[in-house]
Structure formats: C-alpha cells, structure tokens
Design a protein around this ligand. Sequence first.
Ligand code: GRG
Ligand code: ZN
Length: 313
Amino acid sequence: MGELVVDKHVKYILSVEKRKDSFESVVLEHLRMNGAYWGLTTLDLLGKLGALDSNEVIQWIMKCQHESGGFAGNIGHDPHLLYTLSAVQVLALFDKLNVLDADKVANYISGLQNEDGSFSGDEWGEVDTRFSYLAICCLSILHRLDKMNVEKAVNYIASCKNVDGGFGCTPGGESHAGQIFCCVGALAITGSLHHVDKDLLGWWLCERQVKSGGLNGRPEKLPDVCYSWWVLSSLIMIDRVHWIDKDKLVKFILNCQDTENGGISDRPEDAVDVFHTYFGVAGLSLLEYPGLKAIDPAHALPVDVVNRIFFQK
Ligand code: GRG
Ligand code: ZN
C-alpha cells in the first residue's frame, strides 16, 4: 500500500489557490470562500498552514462581508450561511476571530431562524437541516449560541429523524450521510445527542462500508471519499466508529490519491479536486493516520484550533 503523499498534496492545494483563472476556479468562483475553507483546513491538518500569506487571505475574506453581517462566496456575490461559516472557520484557523464584529455576524445568522426553529440558508428562504448545522456551528465558534432559540432548533432537527435512525433535509426527507453529519453535528454541539438512537444510526452508518473498503452515502450507491468525512465524523460523534473496518477505509482513501501531481479524487482513477482532497485528509485524520493533526468531528476544525476557541478565551 502507498503512503499519504503529503508534500504533493500541499503543492496541489497551493497551486489551486494561485490558479484563479483555471477551470476549477472558474466553475467554483461563487464558492471560493468554501473552497478556501476546504483547502486551508487541509493545509493545517498537514501541518503546512504557514506556507500561505494569512494577511492576503484575511483581507479578501473581509471584502466578502455584507452590511447585513453575512459573508458571500466571493467579492460582489450574495451572502449565505455556508460562506459565513467558511469565513469564520478560516479566521479561526489563523487565530484572527478578533477582526470580526461577532454580534453583527450573529445577528445575521439568528435572523435566518424560522418560527418552527428551522433555518433558511439566505434571504431567499430555502429550508434544510444543512442550514441548522451551519448556523449552530458558526454561532458556537463565535460564542453566541444564546442569540438563537436553541431548544426550537434542536426540536426541528429531531423532527427530521427517520425510522432507520438517520436524518433528512426536512421532516420526512430520505436519510443521507451528508444530512446525518449536519444533524448529528448540530446535536453534538448543543449537547442534545440524546435525540439520537446511537445503535440504530450506528448500524445504518457502518452498513455504508462496501467491499472496496470505501463508504457510500446511501444504500445501493457508489463509494466516494467524501463519505469518509460525513459518515466517519458521525460515527465518532455517536461513539460507534469501531463498527467499521478502519484499515480497509485507509487503503481506499490512499488509493484515490494522484501520487504524481497531488490531490485526492472521489474514487480511484477519477480526477482530483480540492473538496475530496479535504475529505480524504480529514477522513485519514479521523482514522488517526500518523503525522496528521487531529480534527474535531463536530466543528470540522483542527482540535488545537477548537481548543483555542473554547479553552483560551
Ligand atoms: C463544515 C464540514 C462542513 C460542512 C458544512 C454544507 C454542509 C455543512 C454539509 C453538506 C452535507 C451534505 C448534504 C453532503 C452531501 C454531499 C453529496 C456528496 C451529495 C451527493 O448526493 P448524491 O445523491 O450522491 O448526488 P450519492 O453519493 O448519494 O450518489
Ligand atoms: Zn463526493
């Protein structure tokens, strides 16, 4: 079995950051804030965040903030909860949360909570448990959870629980590993994991491992490196990660590396991208692969960053 080609992945991420006119960058232009989070968190897990000029990144982030307090995916785009969390996460990586007006950001987020406790992703109103996670995770990092109605938010998430133990995007929505990460993460952060049937959900999640060792996101689907994050982080939060074959999953992830030019793809032989590079490295970190920083499964940030946020105020 090959090893994690750390230096190649660092080079790949730095090259994506610089190639602003590449195909991948053009397609993802509106998502740049999110891409910055995936890329920079990966660099940090690999111990190489210092390879980047933090001032340049921070200045660009602050140009993406709107009067409302929310952040957009890039300069001149519209704000959304997704980019707001990514912006706050990247500032946390650089230990620069102090450049923010935390109350202003928190007001933007709490203004998106609906009467039933759910969250809209932006002013246009689409509702999804993804947005509940984004709001809860972001307010938690900002020490502003008291700005929203946590009890109602938790009850809404609980109402999206299915008979298979999983969670969907709205009440009655099909269980999907990505959505399960969001709901379990939000419940973990708010200290509400008693709403989860851990054995039932743990069983559903560990059944996501297929013959090749990879994980899929739903029954009958193909394995994909990103589920190494969505499924594993959920299993860790409910204390059932020993129910999967860790060695086989490590092998599957390592097989998805481009060992020549760096980067990780969704499955072996596919083209690499910065998202799956994050999911692969973060998955390996959750699997305690040697040489990687540990990552917090709920806040999706390195454990040392999370400790700085919560224990060194
Ligand atoms: C900070 C880690 C972090 C996350 C932010 C946006 C978000 C919160 C979470 C997204 C969760 C989610 C719904 C992930 C699923 C993404 C995905 C691979 C969807 C693909 O679904 P299908 O049906 O693919 O196209 P399958 O694999 O089912 O065939
Ligand atoms: Zn994927």
